[in-house]
Ligand binder design. Structure first.
Ligand code: FAD
Length: 259
């Protein structure tokens, strides 16, 4: 089975800095980690490889410093990595990001399965998985919490829905996004770390993947951030220490005041 796993670099801190002019996230790579959901995607890809044979390739669109995180993925069982990095990709919204990733995926050739995290903890849209599958013309299942059956031809997945769970069968090639319930990611092994230092790692520019620059980065992004700001914390907490009925009256009074 040939598996592609999408790995995004995200800030390891809550103090995300925004460029006041472009309104985009300032990414310097110093405090970056693998998006937590993607560590589950990596683990599931490696487990499927261990079961069926084949290879796992990690792919990321990001700044050059993302190499460190892709090497970390290779220390956890990924065989090779692709980094799409170019100034032309900077400022991408989800449409431009999924376009770039689809071109990267085509460099890998005939893959059977793409695994993404359920969402990125910084962008938070959960759009990349479905958009990437649309760009590649393959079916997808989101929020997968268990792979019940897998073969070279299809997967039977348990997915989280708004009302509980659903079982979905999907023909390969396909894309899934995974939740944190799916497994317990392994830590890098010593032999894995040694392997990762010289593992196959390929960097592509926009031109090298044949990208139309008008569909990349800020110029290829129909989403425009008009304003981004940290909300002021102006609200004060009020503690109600009365009896239940006194507290209920007090809450009612507060509601009436703010109505
Ligand atoms: C107008 C605009 C400008 C922006 N400018 C920038 C910018 O300058 N720099 C910037 O970094 N971001 C920028 N962003 C954010 C950027 O669009 C998103 O970070 C990106 O498209 C992914 O969306 P998301 O974070 O919501 O991912 P989600 O859809 O929540 O992620 C789901 C999964 O998709 C995969 N995935 C997501 N992104 C990547 C990736 N890059 N590589 C590999 N796999 C991935 C991961 O497996 C992840 O778990 C901008 C967004 C907008 C709207």
């Amino acid at each position: 089975m040939k598996i592609l796993v999408c790995v995004k670099q995200v800030p390891s801190t809550n103090e995300v800095r925004l460029d006041p002019v472009t309104k985009t996230i300032i990414r310097d790579g110093r405090q970056a980690v693998i998006n937590p959901f993607d560590t589950y995607a990596i683990e599931e890809a490696v487990r499927l490889k261990e079961k069926h044979g084949g290879t796992v390739c990690a792919i990321s669109m990001g700044i050059p410093a993302t190499e460190r995180l892709l090497r970390d993925a290779m220390a956890r069982g990924v065989d090779q990595s692709i980094l799409l990095t170019d100034r032309a990709f900077a400022g991408a919204d989800t449409l431009a990001t999924s376009y770039a990733l689809s071109l990267g995926a085509k460099q890998v050739g005939d893959f059977d399965l793409i695994i993404c995290g359920k969402m990125a903890v910084d962008g938070d849209t959960a759009q990349i998985g479905p958009e990437l599958s649309a760009q590649l013309g393959i079916p997808y299942v989101t929020d997968v919490c268990e792979i019940l059956e897998s073969s070279e031809e299809k997967l039977r997945c348990k997915k989280i829905t708004d009302h509980g769970f659903a079982e979905v069968e999907i023909k390969l090639p396909a894309l899934i996004t995974v939740s944190k319930d799916i497994n317990m990611p392994r830590l890098p092994s010593i032999s894995g770390v040694r392997f990762s230092l010289q593992a196959p790692f390929r960097v592509y520019t926009a031109a090298e993947v044949g990208a139309d620059v008008n569909r990349c980065g800020l110029s290829g992004s129909p989403t425009q951030v008009v304003k981004s700001f940290t909300p002021d914390r102006t609200h004060q907490a009020t503690h109600l220490n009365g009896t239940t009925s006194e507290n209920a009256d007090a809450v009612l009074k507060i509601f009436e005041e703010v109505r």
